[in-house]
Design a protein around this ligand. Structure first.
Ligand code: 1HN
Length: 348
């Protein structure tokens, strides 16, 4: 077969590109390789934030402005490769939020779904769609898309948690709406633990659908319960080679992920155990709840202790060794990727 000779030189092509540009036209062949890479090349980099560094800086912000002034008093966890974009990974927002004693973070609602993973709380609460839940360390709390939510602290200690939001997915699709409530705190219309009674005991209502569409009707997955379940399976059979002992948070109505876009799970890794190398297309944020781990991400080792937060970008090889018995909470954009049929993983 004969190979076709180039038919034009670079200067001629450049003149052609200049001709078509004013018509809002561009040559695909100049950009095709970048548009369709052979495998994911994340714009994010691995990173670990030490809670002992975050905490005093966050408390300093507590003296700088009120939760009401700020609307949400949060230090954004910015991926070092994506400064100024409020992204921990390209698709996910994350930050560390502080509510000071006596404060209320005012009620609002938006299209983005949010999760809270509680780091410090003595009596802090959030109200979601008229139901109040007291938050404790390790609780995984959901604000479903479109649900009114306000947070408060009536005790005299700071209330601190990690936020994870799908807002870059929402903004990518240009589907975001936001509204402020006309009251600082929404009216509580439900009994405490109403959702737990209806959905959280292996029973669900005989009639009616989910109050939150595709999001779990349980909006506080209490650490006390999750930890007890996890610890009950520890030592029963071998840990998963790539995860350790792992349980995922599930929507009791359909068994799927608790949130439509964000996947969440909890793992226990026994001291001395090291997971095997794996990589997957979801960008993951990990929070050490208990113990100490060494996370090896793309060949670099990061030591992490309690409340430290780490990010593992899409398609980065990683493995975790527990230096002390460890419990790790993870959230990622896997739930959205699975719905689109594009999630992939590779294991060694
Ligand atoms: C939000 O609503 C909260 O409700 C926290 O606590 C962080 C970041 C961006 C947009 C909305 C909250 C947020 C947020």
């Amino acid at each position: 077969m004969q190979t076709a000779a180039p038919t034009s030189d670079a200067a001629t092509r450049k003149r052609y590109y200049d001709t078509i540009a004013p018509q809002s036209l561009a040559p695909l062949w100049e950009v095709l390789k970048g548009l369709v890479p052979p495998e994911p090349r994340s714009k994010a980099v691995p990173h670990v934030w030490s809670y002992s560094k975050i905490r005093p800086l966050l408390l300093e912000a507590g003296k700088l402005l009120t939760a009401e002034e700020a609307e949400r008093r949060v230090l954004v966890l910015e991926n070092p490769a994506l400064p100024g974009q409020s992204r921990i990974t390209p698709s996910m927002y994350s930050g560390v939020q502080l509510v000071m004693p006596g404060e209320i973070a005012p009620a609002h609602r938006h299209t983005a779904s949010a999760l809270r993973f509680v780091l410090e709380s003595d009596g802090g609460y959030t109200v979601v769609a008229g139901e109040r839940t007291i938050m404790q360390r390790g609780d995984f709390v959901i604000t479903p898309n479109g649900a009114w939510h306000d947070h408060g602290q009536e005790k005299d200690t700071p209330l601190i948690w990690v936020d994870g939001l799908d807002l870059h997915m929402i903004n990518f699709f240009e589907t975001g709406f936001m509204e402020h409530h006309n009251e600082k705190a929404q009216t509580i219309t439900k009994k405490d633990e109403d959702s737990v009674a209806r959905y959280g005991s292996g029973l669900v209502p005989m009639t009616g659908g989910s109050p939150f569409g595709m999001t779990s009707p349980i909006f506080n997955y209490r650490y006390e319960k999750s930890r007890a379940a996890l610890m009950d399976i520890v030592g029963q059979g071998k840990p998963d080679a790539h995860l350790g002992y792992a349980l995922r948070y599930a929507n009791p109505l359909d068994g799927g992920w608790a949130m439509p876009t964000i996947a969440t799970w909890l793992t226990q890794i026994p001291k001395g155990f090291e997971t095997k190398d794996a990589r997957c297309t979801d960008g993951r944020t990990i929070i050490v709840v208990e113990g100490e781990i060494s996370a090896e991400i793309d060949g670099k080792t990061y030591r992490m202790g309690e409340s430290d937060i780490g990010v593992i970008p899409s398609w980065a090889w990683s493995r975790i060794r527990a230096d002390k018995d460890a419990i790790v909470f993870t959230f990622s954009d896997r739930a959205a990727q699975e719905k689109l049929g594009i999630w992939r993983e590779e294991k060694r």
